[in-house]
Structure formats: C-alpha cells, structure tokens
Ligand binder design. Sequence first.
Ligand code: PLP
Length: 476
Amino acid sequence: MEAPEFRDFAKSMVDYIADYLENIRDRRVLPEVKPGYLAPLIPEAAPEKPEDWQDVMKDIERVIMPGVTHWHSPKFHAYFPTANSYPAIVADMLSGAIACIGFTWIASPACTELEVVMLDWLGKMLELPAEFLACSGGKGGGVIQGTASESTLVALLGAKAKKLKEVKEEHPEWDDHTILGKLVGYASAQAHSSVERAGLLGGVKLRSVPADEHNRLRGDALDQAIKQDLADGLIPFYAVVTLGTTNSCAFDRLDECGPVANKHNVWVHVDAAYAGSAFICPEYRHHMKGIETADSFNFNPHKWMLVNFDCSAMWLKDPSWVVNAFNVDPLYLKHDMQGSAPDYRHWQIPLGRRFRALKLWFVLRLYGVENLQAHIRRHCGFAQQFADLCVADKRFELAAEVNMGLVCFRLKGSNERNEALLKRINGRGKIHMVPAKIRDVYFLRMAVCSRFTQPEDMEYSWKEVAAAADEMEAAE
Ligand code: PLP
C-alpha cells in the first residue's frame, strides 16, 4: 500500500471508528455467536494477490462486529472499565507510525524521555510522595508496564532480589536455594488473581491473609501472619496492598499495613489497578493514606483514565532492585549514554516496548486534569444512582459498600436465585454483568464502564435488572 491509498483507507477508518463509537449504544452488548463462528466467514488461507482496502472495510461489519462484545457501550457493566478516548486512539496511530522499540534510551530517546516526564506529571496529579518521581532528583521514577499483573510480578521480583541480597549478607553460609525456599509474601484473600500468579511465576510462596468484615486487609492481620512465619523460620519479603479490590472495590488499610510491613522490612507493593485513577480527585486520596510507606505503586490509566489499553503506570522508590534483578547486558544493547537516562528494558519483563507515553501525553493535554476528574466523578455518581434504584426495590440488597463506579448487589435470598438472575440478565443480551462471591455469598457486580454513559443509561440498566427479576419471579 502506498501513501495515497493509505490516506483514503485511514480516513475511511476514522469515519468508521467515530460512527461505531457514537452509535455503540444501539448495538447488542453481548454477541450471539457460537464458538467457531468466524473461520467459515473467511477463506481458509491468506490471499495470493492483494485485495482492495474497501473489501477489508466491508468485512468489518460482516466478520468482526458480530463477534464483538462492546466494552464501550453504556450497557456494558462487566469486570472493570477499560479506557477508550479519541486522543488515545490518535496517539496509537502515531505510535504505530513511529513504530520504534524503545528498549533503551538510544533506541528512541523521545520514547523514554516522554515516558519519564509523563509518569512525573501523572504522579503529581495523584500527589504521590516526591520519592517516587524522577523529577525529585532521587532514585525514584515511573515506568509504563503493559498490565497491573506485570507490575505486581516486577515488584515481586525486585523485592525478591532485595531480600536475597540482605539475607546473604547476614547468612553468607546459606545458598540461594535455601533462602528462596524460605521467602514468603502476603496479600489479602481479596487480592486479584494476578497476585497469586505473580507468586507462581516468581517461584515463591505467597500467603493469603484474611480480610476484615469490610473486605479490607488490616494491619493486625498482616502483623500476625508475618510474626507467625518468622516464628516458623520463614523470611517475609513482600506484601501487596490492594486499593480497590476486584470483587467489591474495597480498600485495604494501607495506613496500617504499610507501617507493619516497614517494621518487618517487607516490600510494600500497592495495587490500585482500577481505583488509582480516582486519586486524581482530592476527595478520594484519603484511601491512599500511608502511601509514603510503599516501595512500589501501580494503577492502570487504561482502566479508568481514558487512555486506551495498554498503559499501566508503575512507580518505584528505588528502581535499582528491579533493574539489577533483570540486568543482562549483551553488547548489541549497550550504548554510550548508558546510566544517563533509564533504559526501560531493565524495568520490565519483555525487551520490546511501544511508544505508549504518547497516548498518555495526548489524553492529559486534550482533556486536562479537570475533565479527567469530571469523568471519574460522573462515574461515581452513576454508581450511586444505580445503587439508589436498587435499594428502592425491596427485593434487592447491596452486597457491599458502594465504592467508586462499582455496585455490588443481589436479590435477597439464596445464591441460586442470584445465579439464575444473572443468567437471565446476560441471556436477554441488553446489558452485561459478571458476578463475584465473597465468603460464599454470590452477588452481581454493576461496573460503570463507558464514557458515553448518561443518567438514562443507568435507568435503562436498572429496568433490565428489574425486568429479569420479574421474569424470574413469574417463572417461579
Ligand atoms: N489488580 C486489580 C485490583 C484488578 O482489578 C485487576 C483487573 O481488573 C488487575 C489487578 C489485573 O489488571 P491487568 O489486566 O492490568 O493485569
């Protein structure tokens, strides 16, 4: 394809994207296709001769859209949101054009340097302690990871390297194998499944600590677990504090857990994957009280801050633990400026990395902090609106405190009734939700996800839930 055709193709795609997103509300949120639907719609092998881009465009509606779950529909309430905005989409076009692989500074200085500055901008928006920011002139700084899961794993590997060094200094007679077998990390029973996976991938034990009746990890429980492990000859090294749990958006008490972990010289990683975006609003920052005790902090602008996937922001007070843990230095990756700017390949699992800071830059500039704050506040307001509708219907109850843009609710009565309700809701295909279970109580989660959501959409979604309940009662 040459430039004249590219211009036509891309312009046509921009029109298609704008039409798709502006009219997304009218599409059925959940597709009706069955597994294997797609292969019969396209040829069995790649074409020998080039096709016209117009034919490719036509196939989007024929082949792709029937199998798309429309995450940006105001009727999509599953999981947590994933972000989508025009500035981020345009930035990804430019990133695709530059198409650099910014593993070292010299591999594309702008890619590294914009990332350093954007993570400082973002850190300031959240009022992170200066120690996390590169502009403070200390060791700290930020990096864009692909996902929160990667951040949790990277932090765990940094913590592991740190503890290994400390223990070796204390016990030169112990070999790595002996020490690694004793390491133990901690997370609440409500932590995301990616934390457990980080333990598996990192080859260390992670212990699940019970949360309190509000689903929060408390300092006492963490202290007790650590003390018990110390008494059993284990070596506590890592604790994950979740701000905004996946099940119910509960906030672990960082102000309690942080000091406990610090006292025992345990690395504190804060996973604020979803709720971290809300910390750009001063009224939500009380949830991050104790942040100065953390060693690493992560949240996903790609969830709730209008930056398209993938953009998971991570800050480290002392990145050298991570950098040194992964440092393999072949000649072909060396450069003359080494040490003067971050070489982000050392801060992450893969070598290659895209120019992801562009979409952060475009979004921050084209929305401005005030509009991003307004976006968060609107979503929190919509959750409250839905919760009010829910409690006004005597058949229903809230299953957890309403936090951020998430409402956890259920029909009063058995888990089976609620399972049947959700099946009916998703079966009707007009809105989409997923369930969660805490201490054997099954409930439905209504996450506000779309930036297109209006108050009428919340009314629509509630009416859908109520209609499914009516239908169920009639069948009963
Ligand atoms: N941590 C929490 C609290 C989450 O809610 C999620 C996903 O929803 C994750 C981690 C995983 O995020 P990612 O898909 O970016 O790895």
